[in-house]
Design a protein around this ligand. Sequence first.
Ligand code: DOR
Length: 455
Amino acid sequence: MTPISKTVKGEKFDLALIGGSVVDPQLGIIDKAVVFVKDGKFLAIETKPETIKRALAGASPKSIIDVSGLLVTPGLIDIHVHLREPGREDEETIHSGASAAAAGGFTSICCMPNTNPVIDNQETVRFVLSEAAEAVCRVFVVGAISKGSKGEELSEIGDLVKAGVVAISDDGIFLQNPDLMRRALEYARMFDITIMQHSEDNFLVRGGVMNESFESARLGMRGRPAVAEEIAVLRDIQLAAFTGGKVHVQHVSAAGSVEAIRRAKKEGVRITAEACPHHFTLTDTEIRKEFNTNLRVNPPLRTEADVEAIIGGLVDGTIDCIATDHAPHSAEEKDCEFDLAPPGMVGLETALGLVKTRLIDKGYLSWPDAIQKMTSNPARIVNLPLGDFTIGRAADITVIDPEASWKVDPLEFKSRSANTPFDGWELSGKPVMTIRGGEITHSSLSASKKKSSAN
Ligand code: DOR
């Protein structure tokens, strides 16, 4: 349980968010609570009107932000993001990706190692971390499991951990060799880090560009069957059980995987999982409705039954967190035949709106449940001391307008890429202010709201 301080104990504060509803991932919604910040850290979450009045009396109006009618949550955390630096800075840089994250309400992101060069050594980790030092979002690095993510030889995992990686992954490709995965799990266990796995058997998906189904047959496209994911997940469950290591299943897309993870969790296997907004929103039928290469993604969009299973997994906790798999690709590269387009879609700036519109508005998740899956749960998977309102922790905060309706316009994205299949979608729920360590990193809150209302 997040400890909530009941008073401000007469201490001066630098920032107070007043009038909003605090969404605590564990405690639920606390109406009209005031969040006090000092020296970039949480000082107190106060609910008593008298104490609040006393604390605000005489405070500088500049330090008070009126967030009435809005939700105040811990800063959102996305543990699955592709920044394209080094290598493809035309598609995304560490800075542009961090700005897109801040605009999407995220205060922390984990970047995947499939850059050029691959992040499989200390030097590249240090390069990313040094670039990230000035970025508007916290950027944590996921190192490659195998050298060059080639699946042949393990990276120097201890060196990567020393350089600061928070997890390891060969994302984009499944680590096919079971012996290598076994050794990786044994090493990862020594350092208490998680292996994030792209679970799709490489032999079963070879040449596939969409879900293998009636739809792929009708369109004459080579399929990637759900069983490719299910086999990969089942193998890793066995290896996690055998080694005692921690496996995190990235972008779960198939009903069979959800069921396998559910069973493994019941048996005490150290396994966690994430779902991406596109996998709980879209199905493979979209591909015949319009020609749009932004619908090509790995693992692919699947069927209505898979979407329902993913939502069921989010509801019952089988799926621990929501991550975007933000995968920027240039317009030039996506402007081609469907099967030649690179897989992936951007996601940082549409994630919260899709969670609200698709999961909260339809009654599947409450705000606290959804926020838990975007804050404290992902933080736990990669061992970050973030994601809740613990007093004394970094004051990372997201302010959300739960009822704002807005239209997705990729021209407004902060990302350098615009490859979204959600162009023109009407969504509800928008992050209006992002605060990282007590500093505002993004705001679209109307100026009138920012004025003092200390009385
Ligand atoms: O569609 C995808 N694109 N899936 C991945 O796992 C990798 C990503 C990318 O890097 O573009």
